[in-house]
Ligand binder design. Structure first.
Ligand SMILES: NC(=O)c1ccc[n+]([C@@H]2O[C@H](COP(=O)([O-])OP(=O)(O)OC[C@H]3O[C@@H](n4cnc5c(N)ncnc54)[C@H](OP(=O)(O)O)[C@@H]3O)[C@@H](O)[C@H]2O)c1
Length: 198
């Protein structure tokens, strides 16, 4: 399979890439790193990405940021950080990528446990994660040519110890389980699923 991984050099993306590259062709994408540079917050760069990559079998997204901060200080501008990056950025990968993906291909996005189990200061990211899950649920009904779409929703991963203090009481999840969730989405048959790794 030819698989595009957006965020391939990140904490999660590099482990997903290492696993899938054993038996698949991988095109690594980042805003500054990777084989092709594209910025998910700049839709015009995504068309360039797909023109350069050519038709593909699967797109995996392990990228996108949100705003962390207390609700009482939050502004609309703060809130737009997650909307424009993690939410709309990943949605734009699908909106543009659907015109380049092969029949029976798949999209796999990333959300996270904060949709269901918020921590302090997570209002923006919790909202965005829920919206990504909703997008995938609905888009799965409409993608044409048997193209599938799923979202992996990890808990805080064991490879991100810098986040542990912000997630009191959360038990970090193993990276191997997260990687296997991405494999399930890309190589399996599931469609429209929020694959929870909690
Ligand atoms: N780490 C966790 O515990 C955890 C748990 C649940 C959910 N998640 C979610 O999983 C995703 C990845 O998390 P992570 O910890 O692996 O992040 P990370 O280590 O910060 O990696 C981010 C990756 O995305 C790329 N990137 C950043 N901005 C980009 C942009 N505007 N356009 C295209 N690529 C961009 C980076 O490459 P460049 O620098 O080259 O752009 C890098 O490859 C995030 O959405 C996060 O919310 C993470």
């Amino acid at each position: 399979m030819k698989i595009i991984i957006v965020g391939a050099t990140g904490t999660i993306g590099k482990k997903v890439t290492a696993n899938l590259k054993q038996d698949h062709e991988i095109i690594k994408v980042g805003s500054k790193s990777g084989d092709i540079q594209a910025d998910i917050t700049k839709p015009e760069t995504l068309k360039n990405l797909f023109e350069k990559a050519g038709s593909f079998d699967a797109l995996v997204s392990t990228t996108g940021v949100g705003h962390f901060g207390p609700l009482k200080e939050m502004t609309a501008e703060d809130f737009k950080v997650g909307l424009h990056s993690k939410l709309l950025g990943q949605i734009n990968l699908v909106l543009t990528g659907q015109h380049y993906i092969k029949p029976k291909g798949s999209f796999t996005l990333v959300s996270g446990i904060l949709s269901n189990d918020p921590v302090a200061d997570s209002v923006n990211v919790s909202t965005v994660n829920s919206a990504i899950n909703g997008f995938v649920n609905a888009a799965a009904q409409e993608l044409e040519n048997d193209v599938r779409i799923n979202v992996v929703s990890p808990g805080v991963v064991e490879d991100s110890p810098e986040l542990f203090e912000a997630f009191p009481g959360h038990i970090p999840v193993s990276m191997d389980r997260v990687v296997q969730a991405f494999r399930k989405s890309v190589l399996g048959v599931t469609n429209g699923e929020v694959i929870e790794v909690w």
